[in-house]
Ligand binder design. Structure first.
Ligand code: 3PG
Length: 397
């Protein structure tokens, strides 16, 4: 049975919360705190219920001693101290006798953040391989495990899946909210349902496209996803980014032919040229040379996408971006799309790291009804309707 943190007896307990504090940090400064902010509802609830709270999270990948120095949760600790109205402590190791004592010494309503769980990945990959001893060790720190790291719930790691096997477990509010919103807006949307999708890797997104194409009325594509579709339709896409795996191209060919009414592809583009970093030009889609690469959608494509978003859309889901928006010369398509989305009265939802980062960069957060905190996890949840760590909790309880 699935349980949410407010459905179980949690008062005065020692509670381990697996959060996702994997946030961008530069020179010790957090660049986007939204994932941490989203975790506070559960933490504050536990504070109100007089719990002793132990927080776990990963940060980046740890493959060397240098990664350990670089990927420390200290900046997150500093930030948590400013937003939580309680004593917050940080423990600089992921396990030790001293840590056991620190946990024992916690008072009710106090919070202890433990260092990056992936420090256990060097040298032996214990966290990522869901090492049973490690999971057992962490589980001994608490009475109850709360999974609130939706963005990491597609990982079968010791801190996401392992702990739940040893102590009573439940979902946090963020996980519950993500599931409810993605189910409502994306898995059971109001029609007409339009998907705006882009990104650099068709191979990673094919499963998602296969699920969503059946549910949506229109799929407006950009980036390498669109390039791959154009390629299988016989267009010369020059040096543009696209999949070259025969098995992927075969599947894409099937999809573009079966759903040609729904899939809308760019008819014009802003291009770059492989041997000239300063080159920028506008072309229609059948005018590309061998060294040209499609880096953004053009004005005719934008007009076509505008028509659909304005006149035939009740729910819109955005994933990925339609151009290389980090480069000013190729940002117009993504910006214009966000402006169209803002002005449309439809319900707007976005998920996936790149879409969120573009939305944050251009300041469109407030115009969306829901922004999922997950990257790969959100895509997998939509594609499969489940995630491994969520399933473990549902099964163990
Ligand atoms: C994310 O940023 O998508 C999550 O924190 C998962 O991170 P990972 O891809 O390093 O597991």
């Amino acid at each position: 049975m699935k349980k949410i943190v407010n459905e179980i007896d949690i008062d005065n307990k020692r509670v381990i919360v697996r959060c996702d504090f994997n946030v961008p940090i530069k020179n010790g400064k957090i660049l986007d705190s939204s994932k941490i902010d989203a975790a506070t509802e559960t933490i504050n609830y536990l504070i109100e219920h007089n719990c002793k709270i132990i927080l776990l999270s990963h940060l980046g990948k740890v493959r060397s001693e240098a990664d350990k120095q670089k990927n420390t949760l200290k900046p997150v600790f500093e930030y948590l101290k400013t937003i939580l109205k309680t004593n917050v402590y940080f423990y600089e190791k992921t396990r030790s006798l001293d840590l056991d004592n620190k946990v024992k010494g916690l008072n009710s309503r106090e919070v202890l953040l433990i260092e990056n769980t992936r420090h256990e990945d060097y040298p032996d990959k214990l966290e990522s391989n869901n090492d049973i001893q490690l999971a057992m060790y962490w589980s001994n720190l608490g009475d109850i495990f709360v999974l609130d790291a939706f963005a990491s719930a597609h990982r079968a790691h010791a801190s996401t899946c392992g702990i739940a096997k040893f102590i009573p477990s439940c979902y946090g509010f963020l996980v519950a909210k993500e599931m409810a919103n993605l189910d409502k807006y994306v898995n059971h949307p109001e029609h007409p349902f339009t998907i705006v999708m882009g990104g650099a890797k068709m191979d990673d997104k094919l499963a998602l496209i296969k699920t969503l194409i059946k549910k949506c009325d229109f799929m407006l594509l950009g980036g390498a996803l669109a390039n791959t579709c154009l390629k299988v339709l016989g267009y010369d896409i020059g040096s543009s980014l696209a999949s070259d795996k025969p098995e992927i191209l075969k599947e894409v060919y099937k999809i573009v032919n079966e759903y040609k009414e729904k899939i809308i592809l760019p008819t014009d583009a802003i291009i770059g040229r492989s041997y000239d970093a300063n080159f920028v030009d506008y072309v229609t889609i059948n005018e590309l040379n061998i060294d040209d690469s499609i880096n953004d959608i053009g004005v005719k494509t934008l007009n076509q996408y505008r028509e659909i978003i304005n006149n035939s859309t009740k729910t819109l889901f955005m994933n990925g971006t339609v151009g290389k928006y980090e480069d000013k010369r190729f940002a117009n398509g993504t910006k214009e799309l966000l402006e169209m989305i803002k002005n449309s009265p439809c319900t707007k939802v976005a998920g996936g790291g790149d879409a969120l980062s573009a939305i944050n960069t251009f300041g469109y957060q407030q115009y969306f009804n829901y922004l999922s905190t997950g990257g790969g996890a959100t895509l997998e949840y939509i594609a499969n309707g489940s995630l491994i760590a969520l399933d473990v909790i549902a099964k163990e309880n």
